[in-house]
Design a protein around this ligand. Structure first.
Ligand SMILES: C[S@@+](CC[C@H](N)C(=O)[O-])C[C@H]1O[C@@H](n2cnc3c(N)ncnc32)[C@H](O)[C@@H]1O
Length: 273
């Protein structure tokens, strides 16, 4: 399992529950190799994974939609964007900066260009930039991103990424965000609480990654307490949600009963002071 494969898996999950995720473009990324992996994940880790990722998409989609409507546009800066497709669901007054590792960015840019030409995607103003959060310096990231921000305000999204990074790199990213944003701008972030580490479902997740690590693609298994988000310099925690509670609103028909038996991610919105 390589980290970029997780991006394909998540977009496929979103395509399985379009009514929940609201992502009508995710299915463009579907491919046989990824679809062959999914039954093994749902059976061996948790069958709710596709629903939970669709709920996560829905939450950020709604929050970004209202943020950009209120501001008549702006820029979405998507850190570790993978194959997420928010830019096509949001109004065309929104510009997007897509950031990921080079292989993902090159592939996504080429496909989006093709699908836009073919009329499968609406035209949007999108900049692509490849960065490696582990390797690139704070200064390099700020310089390369600042010049791409044409429209203000900004909504920074860090979705499905922190699990793969360590705390030092996480702190670095939040310092970069602080340099890029102005008062009133928003960061959306996702992470697991440390409490999840003792659950069987989380142990199955780690075991799955370990036993399918065919490339020695190294990554951390980061969890983050709520208190971290109350102490981020330059930011105030505005909203916090978790997928279990959101399931009652967005996916009541799935009747998810026990939050200790699912990979319940926590979602945060922070506002720049
Ligand atoms: C699980 S995917 C999530 C993708 C997307 N945010 C979503 O929610 O659909 C994790 C993404 O983070 C990116 N990523 C992980 N580590 C990274 C790093 N050190 N630098 C840049 N991107 C990284 C991966 O390439 C991948 O696209």
């Amino acid at each position: 399992m390589q980290i970029h494969e997780t991006a394909f898996i998540i977009s496929t999950y979103r395509s399985y529950h379009e009514d929940i995720s609201k992502d009508t473009y995710a299915k463009l990324w579907n491919n046989a190799r990824t679809e062959a992996l999914i039954p093994g994940i749902l059976n061996n880790i948790s069958k709710e994974e596709s629903i939970l990722h669709s709920i996560r998409n829905r939450f950020f989609y709604e929050r970004m939609k209202s943020f950009f409507e209120k501001n008549n546009g702006g820029t979405l800066i998507n850190f570790g964007a993978g194959f997420s497709m928010y830019q096509f669901l949001l109004d065309d007054t929104v510009s997007t900066i897509e950031i990921d590792k080079k292989d993902i960015i090159d592939y996504k840019k080429q496909k989006v260009h093709l699908w836009t030409k073919e009329g499968k995607l609406p035209k949007r103003n999108i900049h692509y930039t490849s960065l490696d959060f582990n390797l690139d310096s704070e200064k390099e990231m700020i310089i390369s991103l600042k010049k791409l921000i044409a429209e203000k305000p900004t909504f920074i999204l860090l979705e499905g990424v922190l699990f793969f990074l360590n705390r030092k790199i996480t702190n670095k990213l939040f310092r970069v965000f602080k340099q890029l944003q102005n008062p009133g701008d928003i960061v959306g972030s996702v992470s697991y609480l440390p409490e999840i580490e003792k659950t069987e479902v989380y142990k199955r997740l780690l075991n799955y990654f370990d036993s399918n690590n065919d490339t020695n693609d190294t990554f951390s298994h980061q969890t983050i307490p709520n208190s971290y988000y109350n102490q981020v310099e330059g930011y105030t925690l505005k909203e916090q949600a978790d997928e279990y509670n959101l399931s009652k609103m967005y996916a009541p028909e799935f009747d998810i009963k026990n939050k200790d038996q699912i990979l319940n991610e926590h979602l945060y919105l922070l506002e720049r002071n």
